[in-house]
Design a binder for this molecule. Structure first.
Ligand SMILES: [Zn+2]
Length: 303
């Protein structure tokens, strides 16, 4: 009886925050554990499918300590890739289809990678947002990762925009400072390291295509048609497209919780490959970047 009483007292003495922490991660450094959580969460990606992708830890972690997983499809022997492509899903944790579709494309690459491009694939940039009981757009600090990138206008515009335009919408909170979040820092480092010629970022549910940076964007990819959303301070399109002149294709699938059909997923993929092959890195991109570099050099004061 005394033992039972002690056990009850001990149980009651556990701080409720520990019990209620929705971000409790049992094995933060285990890829298998993360694939298990992904398999439980996504109706369209099983644990086995996740494991079969043979992803590896990218070195990056989420705010709650979960792994940011990635898979590289490197150059093939004897073939120079035409471009380096960074493909990202799951920036927003409640856009399930955006994560699942990237898994499906990763599956295509596993089967058919020809060396045409050099790929880095990150299907889930925001594991904290997705892998919890009630998935959410933001990371575990409550920050919208697509408003937290270190853009030159972040300090002057981000908070102001959040307060005036979104009326302090918690789903669009840009964070306390630019790149305050480990996921954002990792992504910025990865862009600097990998030097992608184009970035493809998958979201939902607006059912459209957005484009930032040179050259001119595609009119449509599969059933997604171009419709400029505008640029937001701290967004990836702004950070990479507008300021670093790396083309960013933002795909907005039409539904966050419903997958496109297999045919639609395939069609988008084929169109994407064709567009990148035709335009990236094309003369205008390279010339544009060269022009910008020259401008920067000529603007530098001589000492
Ligand atoms: Zn999104």
């Amino acid at each position: 009886m005394i033992r039972i009483l002690i056990a009850v007292v001990l149980l009651l003495s556990i701080p409720s925050t520990v019990v209620a922490n929705p971000y409790a991660v049992p094995h933060p450094d285990s890829m298998t554990a993360e694939c298990t959580r992904i398999g439980h969460k996504l109706g369209s990606v099983s644990r086995a499918e996740c494991l079969a992708m043979e992803m590896h830890p990218s070195g990056g972690h989420s705010a709650a300590g979960q792994l940011i997983l990635m898979r590289e499809f490197p150059p093939v022997k004897g073939k120079t890739p035409r471009a380096r492509v960074l493909l990202i899903g799951g920036t927003h944790g409640d856009e399930y289809a955006a994560v699942s579709v990237v898994f499906k494309w990763m599956g295509f690459l596993r089967r058919y990678h020809s060396g045409l491009f050099h790929w880095q694939v990150v299907p889930l940039l925001n594991p904290d947002g997705l892998l919890q009981r009630h998935s959410q757009r933001m990371n575990s600090h409550g920050v919208d990762l697509n408003r937290n990138m270190d853009t030159p206008d972040w300090e002057s515009k981000s908070k102001h925009y959040w307060i005036k335009r979104t009326h302090r919408d918690p789903r669009r909170y840009p964070g306390e400072s630019p790149a305050s979040e480990p996921e954002t820092q990792w992504l910025q480092d990865e862009i600097a390291r990998f030097q992608p010629d184009v970035i493809v970022s998958v979201h939902a549910p607006y059912g459209l295509l957005d484009f930032d940076g040179p050259p001119k964007g595609p009119k449509h990819i599969g059933y997604l048609y171009a419709h400029a959303l505008g640029t937001y301070p701290g967004s990836l399109g702004s950070y990479a497209g507008s300021y670093r002149h790396i083309p960013v294709i933002t795909m907005e699938l039409p539904y966050a919780g419903t997958m496109p059909t297999a045919t639609q997923i395939h069609r988008i993929w084929i169109d994407l490959i064709h567009w990148i092959k035709r335009h990236i890195p094309k003369h205008e991109t390279t010339q544009f970047r060269r022009k910008i570099e020259q401008q920067k050099l000529s603007e530098k004061p001589t000492t």
